[in-house]
Design a protein around this ligand. Structure first.
Ligand code: TXE
Length: 491
């Protein structure tokens, strides 16, 4: 039952929030306590039709032909306005995810204006390829490419870094003159709506940014990706869902950009600065309760320092502070949902069956009455597993990693690359030659040396293997969100 005081999260179509239909709605829960945050209006097929049609009209009304300078200016105004409403975004992200306030401020919400500014700059500075082609008889032809917006882009994003990942796609899409229909995760619908308000406030023409809420299969996600009116799909989420989306769009041969799962390795050499490596590993395993596609779930440690790293990391895992998100001392929030915790706990069981030794965590913490109904889980570390075991092969997406020893560089590279995924790797060493050599041999989209999650928004980002198709970031984003026409002029 709904009451009039309940907070509604509505669909945003053609520049307005649409009145909800209580018959077609679902609960948005706070994962720290299980309490109701609000009710979300689930978009049905006519609502998705309206959103796609509104996006198409906005393109025809002139958005696609707006000078890039003006679009970039609008993106910068959006960045400023997000900063003015910063704490509202922080509160909304926390209500949906339970993430600690320090992280919500410093990582999630901080990246939103950064994304808008970066793509305003990148789009405004972009040039075009041109070639002079020699022809028979001493004549020449001039070839140049005109990049046009892709059109109506479906943007489907997950719940782990909702605003960060949404703006990472929406900013370049708008910079290139596209109109978007966004489908946020059913777990985290709020910040996409706040962004709608911001974009309206800074004067984005109606219909250029639309939000439809709902689930994936059989709901708004699938309705959107199956819609004949969309011109491309950009998706971040699980590899399994990526394959569904790919099948759905295949009959109409639409371009897709996929940022999917990871099973990321860290390789720690025995020449490393132990403190530095332990601090880096603690971040890379446990940030956002392990719910970042870039998080480390496999830690390969050179045998001579294996015990030091295992003990040091276990000590740091035990020191992480799980608790209420508004407490600035909290380092670690809950998992996104009970269903996701069940999945992670399933891997805890599998690890035990495979003979893992649990050197940190391993269960559900006792946090006191208010929080016990939330989807909390202990930061957990295993030793004793091998690359043959399922917890080492499959993405778990929780605050958990396995430590595995190695002897030589070649062995470390082989172990790290022994996966169907290929998103990220981190190499920890004080030998820079070794760092470059090993980092380059990782079969991944991004390979860090002595750091993790350090992002340059102008460089290409994406994954190999099960981790994705294509790259976004910098010029790669401009390429995905535009369709070039090569013009060839005989001179
Ligand atoms: O992801 P989904 P879920 C991994 C992680 C996690 C698992 C499941 O391992 O445990 O995925 O999480 C929409 N057509 N990652 O179920 O299903 C969905 O509504 C169109 C990794 O949340 O991939 C949501 O908006 N859309 C990851 C989005 O897709 C569909 C981040 C992502 O949901 C759809 C999150 C369909 N058929 C989870 N089915 C990463 N690597 O960043 C679902 N969706």
């Amino acid at each position: 039952m709904t009451t009039s005081t309940e907070r509604w999260i509505r669909n945003y179509v053609d520049g307005e929030f649409i009145d909800p239909d209580p018959q077609r709605s679902f609960d948005n829960l706070d994962p720290t306590t299980g309490a109701l945050v609000g009710r979300v209006h689930e978009a049905d097929s006519p609502m998705v039709d309206r959103a796609v049609a509104a996006a198409r009209r906005a393109l025809h009304r002139g958005w696609a032909d707006t000078p890039v300078r003006e679009r970039a200016e609008l993106l910068r105004r959006a960045a400023n306005r997000i900063e003015e409403r910063f704490e509202e975004f922080v509160a909304a992200e926390i209500a949906d995810t339970g993430k600690p306030i320090t992280q919500a401020r410093e990582l999630d919400v901080a990246r939103a204006p950064a994304n808008f500014r970066a793509f305003a700059d990148i789009a405004a500075a972009a040039g075009q390829e041109s070639f002079l082609t020699d022809l028979a008889g001493g004549r020449q032809a001039l070839n140049y490419a005109v990049r046009k917006p892709l059109g109506v882009v479906a943007v489907i994003v997950p719940w782990n870094l909702p605003l960060l990942l949404l703006t990472w796609k929406v900013a370049p899409a708008l910079a290139c003159g596209n109109a978007v229909v966004v489908k946020p995760s059913e777990e985290t619908p709020s910040t996409a709506n706040l962004l709608a308000e911001v974009l309206q406030e800074v004067g984005l023409p109606q219909g250029v940014y639309n939000v439809v809420h709902g689930f994936g299969a059989g709901s708004a996600g699938e309705l959107l990706t199956a819609h004949p009116g969309i011109d491309g799909v950009t998706f971040t989420g699980s590899s399994a869902t990526g394959t569904h989306v790919m099948r759905t769009v295949a009959p109409r041969v639409k371009p897709v950009s996929f940022e999917l799962g990871g099973k990321n390795a860290a390789v720690v050499f025995d020449d490393v600065d132990l403190e530095e490596a332990l601090t880096g590993l603690t971040r890379s395993v446990f940030t956002n309760t392990g719910q970042v596609c870039l998080c480390t779930e496999r830690v390969y440690v050179q045998r001579g320092i294996f015990d030091d790293i295992a003990e040091g990391l276990a000590e740091r895992a035990a020191r992480l502070r799980l608790g209420a998100p508004l407490d600035p001392a909290t380092t670690t929030g809950p998992l996104i949902s009970q269903a996701h915790r069940d999945k992670v706990l399933g891997y805890f069981e599998l690890a035990e069956q495979a003979g893992a030794e649990v050197i940190a965590g391993g269960g559900i913490p006792e946090l006191g009455t208010a929080l016990n109904a939330g989807s909390w889980i202990e930061p957990t570390l295993w030793t004793g597993l091998t690359n043959a075991d399922r917890p080492i092969r499959e993405e778990i997406f929780g605050p958990v990693a396995a430590l595995i020893p190695f002897d030589t560089d070649d062995e470390a590279i082989a172990l790290a690359n022994d996966t169907e995924y290929g998103l990220a790797a981190a190499v920890w060493t004080n030998d820079l030659r070794r760092g470059h050599r090993v980092a380059q041999q990782m079969r991944v989209g991004i390979s860090w040396v002595n750091t993790w999650f350090t992002r340059e928004l102008r460089s290409p980002f994406g994954g190999a293997g099960l981790s994705g198709i294509g790259r976004e970031g910098g010029e790669s984003s401009l390429h995905f969100y535009t369709e070039p026409t090569n013009v060839c002029v005989q001179l």
